[in-house]
Design a protein around this ligand. Sequence first.
Ligand SMILES: Nc1ncnc2c1ncn2[C@@H]1O[C@H](COP(=O)(O)OP(=O)(O)O)[C@@H](O)[C@H]1O
Ligand SMILES: [Mg+2]
Length: 257
Amino acid sequence: MKVPEIVLQGVTKRFGSTVAVDNLSARIHDKEFFVVVGPTGCGKTTLLRLLAGLIDPDQGEILFDGVKMNGVPPRERGVRMVFQGQDYALYPHLEVYHPQRWSNLSFPLRLQGKRVKGIGERVQRVVRRLGIPAEWFPRRPRELSEGQKQKVALGRATVLTPKVFLLDEPLSHLDPPARAKARGEIRRLHAELGTTTVYVTHDLAEAFILGDRVAVMRAGKFLQVGTAKEIRDHPADAFVAEFVGAYREGLRQAFGA
Ligand SMILES: Nc1ncnc2c1ncn2[C@@H]1O[C@H](COP(=O)(O)OP(=O)(O)O)[C@@H](O)[C@H]1O
Ligand SMILES: [Mg+2]
């Protein structure tokens, strides 16, 4: 499947006097696992919403393989987004899966007018891929644990294979052992789907473990984009150096260095 390279050119998004994304330029390679890391409020969710087409920039351009996406609605971008916990924007009143009814896993397929047989096949594929047992099917989101909800959200986002996969701090509500396991699952999911993936987190250790490349974001700008090693060994400025310093212990555990 052809998936796009994403280019941002001078993208700015304001909310009143807040500049959430500030004249941001970047290139995200096709099939890359690109991680954006930065403190709360630095503009990560806004960036994902811009890529998804849920909002449009005030200035600048977003290009998928050179084609301008400004004004193109979300459903025409081939983009899927997993929203920030705790509810992951799951439909609270719908079951995980029901073959004949609207349900969380079948929702995007039904919306596309897919037939029952096609829906069943695609749902089976994602539940196998993610290890979602049939016991969960009749449950509503409030009857699921954080880890279970997160898996259902990943499943709903991938029943229609996206070209661009956006994940907004999907693991932040999991406890550490579950988080470590889920990271491996998400990396594998990215490889299987073959998408261009943009993953957002405030956890630098997580960013370094997951990302092909990592962007350190602060106040709407990328301070540095590079591999974990480049950022760790050659922080671009004092803020990045301090951010890396604050994670020294976590990084040592993760990388043994
Ligand atoms: N819909 C909105 N209306 C007003 N301000 C917003 C809105 N969305 C985000 N902001 C502001 O933009 C900045 C960036 O927010 P956000 O993208 O959610 O950051 P992050 O995801 O990194 O925590 C924050 O100052 C936030 O308060
Ligand atoms: Mg956010």
